[in-house]
Design a protein. Structure first.
Ligand code: SIN
Length: 323
C-alpha cells in the first residue's frame, strides 16, 4: 500500500481550547482548556464517522503549559504513525497559544512526506458556536488530500505552513497569520485551494532521525532565554541570566527580539556581547510582527534567518541539543 492508497487517519489529542469547557455557553474566555476527550471532539463531527480513524489522547493540557515530556510523547507518536503504510496522514488537536511552536518543532524534526495537520479552536467545545468542529473537519480534508505533505496548521478555513504561521490575535476565530509568505491555501466545503507549495518534505524512508532521537532522549532542553530590546533597555536581565544557575541548567543561548531590523539598545548589546564571550550563543530576531531581519554587513549579532523570536528560540535550543 503506498501513501496515496492509504486512507486511514490518526487523530492525536493534546488539549487546548478546542477541548475546553466553560460553565456557561456564552462564556468564550473563562473556560478551562483541555477538558473534553479527543474521542468526543471527533464524535462532534458527523462527517468523520465515515472516515477510518485511530484516535489517541496524547496529553490534555492548556498549550501555554507545554513541557518537554508532552513534546517527546507527541513527536514519538507522530513518528510511529507516519511509518504505518495504512496511514495517510495525522491530525493533531492543540491549543492555539503555542501551536506555532509545536508545528515548527515537528516540521524541523520530521519534514514528513505525509501531512501532519495541527488544528485548534478559539471558542471552547461548550460555546454557543464552537469553531472546533469545523476546524477539525477542515483538518481532516487537508490530511486526506493526495498531494498534502509536511506540517501545517489549519484554522478558520486557512492552511498555514509550520515555519511561517504565528498567532496574531488573542480573541478572533481566525487568529493566525503567515506574514509576508501568506497562507498556503484554504479549505472551502472540504475542497482545497492552494496558493503556495506544501512545506518541504523528505522522501519516505530517507529521513535522518538523529535530531528526533536526540529530542526523545533529552532529559532537559538546552536553556535558551528570549528577551526583548526596547526603549530604556539595559543589560541587567542578561547579567542576571549569566549569574543565575539552577536545576534548569546553565544558560546556553539567548534570542533577543530586536527593534526594527534587529537593532538592539547599545547597553543591552554590550551585555549580549559579554554573554557571547562567555560561551552563550546569541541570535537576534525582529520584534516586528511581519518581515525579517534583512542581513547586512557589519551586523553585530547573527540573525534568526527570518524566524520569529519564539521559533528562533526553539531552533537554537534544538541546535544546542546537538552539541
Ligand atoms: C491553549 O493554547 O491551550 C489555550 C488557548 C487556545 O487553545 O486558544
Amino acid at each position: 500500500m503506498n501513501a496515496n492508497q492509504a486512507r486511514r487517519l490518526v487523530v492525536l489529542g493534546t488539549g487546548g481550547t478546542i477541548a475546553g469547557r466553560a460553565t456557561q455557553v456564552s462564556d468564550n474566555v473563562g473556560y478551562v482548556a483541555g477538558q473534553v476527550a479527543v474521542s468526543e471532539l471527533v464524535a462532534m463531527v458527523p462527517a468523520l464517522a465515515a472516515c477510518p480513524l485511530d484516535v489517541e489522547q496524547v496529553a490534555q493540557i492548556n498549550s501555554k503549559d507545554m513541557v518537554l515530556g508532552v513534546w517527546q510523547t507527541l513527536a514519538g507518536r507522530v513518528a510511529v504513525h507516519l511509518e504505518r503504510s495504512d496511514v495517510a496522514g495525522i491530525v493533531i488537536t492543540h491549543g492555539t497559544d503555542t501551536i506555532e511552536e509545536t508545528a515548527f518543532l515537528l516540521q524541523t524534526l520530521l519534514k514528513p512526506s505525509k501531512p501532519v495537520v495541527l488544528t485548534c479552536a478559539m471558542r471552547p467545545a461548550t460555546a454557543l458556536v464552537p469553531d472546533g468542529p469545523q476546524n477539525l473537519s477542515d483538518a481532516v480534508a487537508v490530511a486526506l488530500h493526495p498531494q498534502a505533505r509536511g506540517v501545517v496548521v489549519v484554522c478558520a478555513g486557512r492552511i498555514h505552513g509550520a515555519i511561517d504561521v504565528a498567532k496574531v490575535h488573542p480573541y478572533r476565530t481566525d487568529p493566525f497569520d503567515s506574514g509576508d509568505a501568506g497562507a498556503l491555501g484554504c479549505v472551502e466545503e472540504a475542497q482545497l485551494r492552494m496558493f503556495r507549495p506544501w512545506p518541504q518534505a523528505v522522501p519516505e524512508g530517507t529521513h535522518d532521525t538523529a535530531s528526533l532521537q536526540r529530542l526523545l532522549g533529552a532529559a532537559v532542553m538546552p536553556r535558551v532565554e528570549l528577551i526583548f530590546s526596547h526603549a530604556l533597555a539595559d543589560g541587567e536581565v542578561v547579567r542576571a541570566l549569566l549569574g543565575h544557575t539552577s536545576g534548569a541548567g546553565r544558560l546556553r543561548g539567548i534570542v533577543v527580539a530586536g527593534t526594527g531590523n534587529g537593532t538592539v539598545h547599545d547597553d543591552l548589546l554590550a551585555a549580549l556581547k559579554h554573554a557571547q564571550s562567555s560561551g552563550v550563543e546569541v541570535v537576534v530576531a525582529s520584534r516586528c510582527a511581519q518581515g525579517r531581519v534583512v542581513p547586512h554587513a557589519g551586523q553585530p549579532l547573527p540573525d534568526s534567518a527570518g524566524l520569529s523570536p519564539v521559533k528562533a528560540r526553539l531552533a537554537l535550543a534544538l541546535r544546542l541539543l546537538e552539541v
